[in-house]
Structure formats: structure tokens, C-alpha cells
Design a protein. Structure first.
Length: 162
């Protein structure tokens, strides 16, 4: 019964990917339900579809790589997570402006992986980049700007005190 459900969901997912801009809902649901292997499976299907329909440097491809990186982090596969986030970053640098919030999002995700690993220099580097980009692309009062400026300060203080 469960196999049939996922087969139908898979078919529906492919239909959505072909006909809608809301392409990420099923793997997001799987991710939320902590069904990470299934989320990866759907993201891989998405990449297959994107490969046929979009240029390899399309922002949707970058978004998919970024999301795959998030799933790998949750699976504690940190090197793979960083690899996928860097793939996303390469595409986003080609496809988006330097101060696009999605570039900041990718740096943030890389920083989270390094934070999980306790690699504080890398965390600080990536969070600084996140804060700088958010500072250029969002209002100075935006919650993302405030949050990452605060994280940056806390990490600097932590570094000084250790």
C-alpha cells in the first residue's frame, strides 16, 4: 500500500515539475517528515527533468543543488552537503547578481554545515558573506540582516574569548 502511495506521489511530482513553478513541494514534505532518502530521490528526479528542459546554469538547478545539500547535512553527510552547496553557488554566481539573496542563502547553508562540524573560521567567513549580501539586498532592519550581523558579532566575540 505504501509503495503504491509513493509511486502515485512520484508520478504526481513529475507532472508538477513539468507543469508548475511550485516544483519543490513533495521533497519539502519528505524533508519535513524526515524522509530524507525520499527527498533526495525526488530532488534527483527534478535534476533529471531540469537537465532535459533547462540550461545547466539555470537558477532552478542551483536551488535543487542547494536543497540536496540541506538534505545531506541532515543526514550528517557534511562533505556531500558542502559539495552540493558549492555547486549551487557556482551556478548562482553565473545566473544572479552578486548581491542576490539566494547567494546569501547558499553561504548561510555552507556556514551551517561548518558550524555543525565546529569549524569556526569557516562559519565566520560564510556568515560574514551572508550578512554582507543581505545588507546590500535587503533593508538594514530586515530580520535576516539583523540575525546574521548578530551571529557575526557573537562568533567574533567567541573567537576573541577562546
Amino acid at each position: 500500500m505504501q509503495g503504491l502511495f509513493y509511486q502515485r506521489v512520484s508520478s504526481y511530482f513529475i507532472f508538477i515539475y513539468k507543469h508548475s513553478s511550485r516544483l519543490r513541494i513533495i521533497p519539502i514534505i519528505c524533508n519535513y517528515q524526515k524522509k530524507y532518502s525520499e527527498a533526495l530521490n525526488f530532488y534527483e528526479k527534478a535534476l533529471t527533468i531540469y537537465d532535459k528542459q533547462l540550461p545547466s546554469d539555470h537558477p532552478k538547478v542551483a536551488g535543487c543543488y542547494n536543497n540536496i545539500g540541506v538534505v545531506h547535512r541532515k543526514l550528517e553527510q557534511y562533505d556531500l552537503a558542502i559539495e552540493y552547496h558549492h555547486r549551487a553557488l557556482e551556478i548562482r554566481f553565473k545566473a544572479l547578481s552578486v548581491y542576490h539573496p539566494n547567494i546569501a542563502l547558499t553561504y548561510k547553508n555552507i556556514g551551517i554545515v561548518h558550524e555543525t562540524k565546529g569549524e569556526w573560521e569557516q562559519v565566520l567567513t560564510n556568515y560574514k558573506k551572508t550578512a554582507t549580501i543581505y545588507g546590500h539586498s535587503l533593508s538594514s532592519q530586515h530580520s535576516c540582516v539583523v540575525l546574521f550581523r548578530e551571529r557575526e558579532r557573537n562568533l567574533c566575540e567567541k573567537k576573541i574569548n577562546s
